[in-house]
Design a protein around this ligand. Structure first.
Ligand code: PEP
Ligand code: MG
Length: 837
């Protein structure tokens, strides 16, 4: 026999604890403390329920003592976190032939019979695990139901409440231990050994004489979070019956043109509910959904849970609670899961949508879009010009696809990883993207995509791409629109007030800079200037510069690029002023910029006045076995210095122009893919020379900050040396992860899921910073850099800059800011604030 202290009557002063008795028990105690009319309730602790599952029986007499004579009870699950689930509630325990007669006099014969019958059925299904079809009997009565039970089990239905309750407790405790229940709760984040508490409560009957019924009410709209009384109520019903009943038998809760409502027919009950709702909101510091019963016109509050809500509603609810002084602004900021607000920034697949999954890949950029399949950039542009939404499918993407990516609503690639070309561009554009969908087969000639199970979709077929889950769904499914409203902005404003690490945006074009500005980025931490060359006209000129065989030809091509670059930089400075803009000098993995199609080759041949064969030969000359480790970044700056000189000139001239009449614009110039101090020295001396030229030509002072991207392990190790020439270091953790692991950021998607599933990597290191390895290099470089230069500005500008855990790590190293795709800026602002609270 278990010690009676393992169950505890819930009173205002009882020692009820959430970790020991579960959230429901704790919540009921709070309702009781607030003076709510809650029927007598006893909480069974988690250890007690565990021992019941193991076969022990609590002292039933002692337990029942709490409920006086003629008790009829309910038992509900009480888990530590509300959303961990748990066995379903059992009502009306204690009903038998004897008390049916007793309740007949109190509630009426029909109600008493109905209650008894309901209990027999639910006991048979939930406890004896019988099929409810055994009760498909014409004119079912209590006697027929008892016979059916006995026929099925060879045992008489238990009449004794002690036995009934003991069996209910045992079956609920054991259900919790079952494999499927365990897997289900683990999928919701519960630990494997999570326990179950139970609450036993005296029934308030929603059946009987006078106004009787049951329902639920909440005071906010679950989709928007706006104040609104919503819920259902059903006469002559119990528990959550009202929620599952059809329209017809539910009495409307609030005033409704379609039929009678509780608000109209029982205004005093409705008003009391609203008052109690307000008390619960204040007392529990949360918007609650309240389960209530009306018995003969008297209101009882049985239970309350946090009102269900969408991510959008969550933000509105938290801000409203703070504005009403119920919680602090910091509490409101802490309540929002940073990743969940990603949902607000992009349309999402509706929770209720049916998913016919055609393919799966890496969830590379969040949001969802529906459109017709197209297989190249041209088709995407045509489709967009006809006003038709399209989804661009490629084996992998290259700069030639970027115009098509702009025109598409979403991107799907067979290859590529979480930080490969398609992923980075899509995130920058705020487009949903699934990469590394290795199970599909894309045939760009036939314009088909074949799934693992052999299903074939052709150009024009409609799919929905869900970049948040990495799924491609056949056909069109309902989407929920993005919703950045006033509450969202307000909450982020509160977050900014407490945040102690900066958040900038990675923005490559004036359009991106506008998005960065809209999301209140504190500057641009990375402008990948080579991305400014994606436009058709520029790509060809850039290729001419790269292809030029002598200095004169190269100079001619660069002089055409100079005004284009200057105009871009000027636009970005003007959009962001007075905030800093950090321009990363050209870092093209060359293969991304060489034409790969016959059409591209012909176009270049025309522009260069070369034959297609000559162009082809030059491409072969320039092509590398391992382009990501080839002639890119500063290596290009060293071997073709004129390109960086042109960029430096464009930056300085734009900065002078942007400074006219206002505060001086001080551009930040960043050198990519450095591995040796000498690289920095060489580039720095050339940039200094350009600055001197521009100053003497214009008579204006040019101020700038020169920094280095730490992307190679060697640069991290030699950060002390490098920092002598750099006023800031920005960690390019995409390349750093690639090089530290020796893992291709463009190809790792092919096997990443095997690695993660087998626990080789806890997570994809391109998404969540590898704190042990890559992180150690960051720590070491930060320390070595700051020894040499105390005020050295440190930041991360790889994709990890938008990941909450990675931000925590950067902050712990004392970094000044993180920089991430514009659409991740709000997530980073919130995550960073939560670290400071
Ligand atoms: C990086 O390598 O982390 C980085 C920001 O540069 P990119 O992604 O352009 O290589
Ligand atoms: Mg890089």
């Amino acid at each position: 026999m278990l010690d009676r202290l393992n169950f505890e009557r819930i009173t205002p002063t009882a020692a009820i604890q959430r970790r020991l008795h579960g959230t429901r028990a704790k919540c009921l105690q709070r309702l009781i403390r607030l003076g709510m009319p809650v029927p007598d309730t006893v909480a069974l602790s988690i250890p007690l329920v565990r021992s019941i599952a193991a076969g022990q029986q609590p002292d039933m007499k002692a337990l029942l003592e709490h409920f006086g004579s003629w008790p009829v009870l309910s038992v509900r699950a009480s888990t530590v976190e509300q959303d961990w689930g748990g066995p379903s509630t059992v009502l009306n325990i204690g009903m038998n032939r004897t008390n049916e007669a007793f309740f007949a006099s109190r509630l009426g014969a029909d109600a008493a019979k109905a209650l008894h019958l309901k209990f027999i059925k639910s006991y048979a299904v939930d406890v004896a695990r019988l099929d409810d079809e055994i009760f498909d009997i014409e004119d079912l009565t209590v006697a027929k139901a008892l016979d059916a039970y006995e026929m099925e089990t060879d045992e008489a239905f238990p009449e004794d409440i002690e036995i009934q309750l003991a069996q209910v407790l045992k079956s609920m405790a054991r259900a919790w231990e079952g494999t499927s229940a365990r897997l289900l709760r683990m999928s919701k984040g519960a630990p494997e050994d999570a326990g179950l508490g139970l609450v036993v409560q005296r029934m308030a009957f929603g059946m009987g004489k006078g106004e009787s019924g049951a329902g639920v009410i909440q005071f906010v709209n679950s989709d928007t979070g706006k104040p609104q009384e919503v819920g259902r109520y059903k006469r002559q019903s119990q528990g959550r019956d009202a929620l599952s009943s059809g329209e017809g038998d539910a009495l409307y809760l609030t005033r409704d043109k379609r039929g009678p409502s509780l608000q109209d027919s029982q205004p005093e009950v409705f008003d009391a509910l609203c008052e109690l709702g307000a008390v619960a909101r204040k007392g529990l510091r949360e918007e609650m959904q309240i389960e209530f019963t009306v018995e003969g016109g008297t209101l009882h509050i049985l239970d309350a849970v946090a009102a269900p809500r969408s991510a959008r509603a969550e933000v509105r609810i938290a801000t409203d609670l703070a504005k009403d002084g119920v919680i602090s602004r910091e509490d409101a900021v802490m309540r929002i899961e940073p990743r969940a607000i990603g949902e607000l920034l992009h349309p999402q697949v509706a929770g209720s949508a049916k998913r016919d999954v055609f393919a799966r890949g890496i969830a590379a950029s969040p949001g969802a879009a529906t459109g017709k399949l197209v297989f190249d950039a041209m088709a995407a542009q045509t489709s967009a010009s006809q006003g038709e939404a399209c989804i661009l499918v490629r084996r992998e993407t290259s700069p030639e696809d970027v115009r098509g990516m702009h025109a598409a609503k979403a991107i799907l690639t067979e290859r590529g990883g979480a930080n490969g070309h398609a992923a980075v561009i899509a995130r920058g554009l705020g487009l949903p993207c699934v990469t590394g969908a290795t199970s599909i087969d894309v045939d760009t000639k036939k314009r088909t995509v074949t799934s693992e199970d052999g299903r074939v979709l052709s150009e024009g077929d409609v799919v929905t791409l869900d970049g948040s889950s990495g799924q491609v769904l056949a056909g069109s499914v309902p989407l929920v629109e993005a919703g950045i409203g006033g509450a969202f902005r307000e909450l982020l404003g509160w977050a900014d007030a407490v945040r102690d690490i900066g958040v900038r945006a990675n923005a490559d074009t004036p359009e991106d800079a506008n998005v960065a500005e809209m999301f209140n980025a504190e500057g641009i931490g990375l402008c990948r200037t080579e991305h400014m060359f994606f436009g058709e006209d520029r790509l060809t000129v850039l290729r001419e510069a790269v292809f030029a065989e002598d200095d004169t030809d190269r100079a001619a091509a660069l002089s055409r690029l100079l005004p284009m670059q200057r105009a871009d930089f000027l636009a970005m400075f003007l959009i962001m002023a007075p905030r800093p803009v950090c321009l990363r000098l050209f870092d093209p993995p060359l293969h991304e910029f060489l034409p790969s199609t016959r059409e591209g080759i012909l176009q270049l041949a025309d522009a260069l006045d070369m034959s297609a064969r000559e162009v082809q030969a030059r491409i072969e000359d320039l092509s590398e076995q391992n382009p990501m480790l080839g002639l890119r970044g500063v290596r290009l700056g060293i071997t073709m210095p004129e390109i960086y000189e042109m960029q430096a000139r464009a930056i300085f001239e734009a900065a002078i122009e942007a400074s006219v009449g206002g505060v001086a614009v001080v551009p930040e110039i960043m050198i990519p893919l450095v591995s040796a101090k000498r690289e920095v020295e060489l580039v720095k001396s050339r940039i200094d020379a350009v600055a001197a030229d521009v100053m003497s030509e214009t008579g204006k002072t040019v101020e700038f900050r020169l920094g280095v991207m730490v992307e190679t392990p060697r640069a991290a190790l030699r950060a002390g040396d490098i920092a002598t020439h750099a006023s800031f270091l920005s960690f390019g953790t995409n390349d750093m992860t690639q090089m530290t692991y020796g893992l291709s950021r463009d190809d790792a998607g092919r096997f990443m899921s095997d690695y993660v599933n087998q626990g080789v990597f806890p997570e994809d290191p391109f998404l969540a910073l590898d704190q042990d390895g890559v992180g150690e290099l960051l720590a070491l470089a930060s320390e070595r850099g700051r020894i040499v230069r105390e005020k050295l500005t440190l930041s991360v500008c790889g994709e990890h800059g938008g990941d909450p855990e990675s931000i925590a790590f950067c902050r712990s190293l004392g970094m000044d800011y993180v920089s991430c795709s514009p659409y991740r800026v709000p997530i980073a602002r919130l995550a960073a604030a939560q670290l400071a609270i």
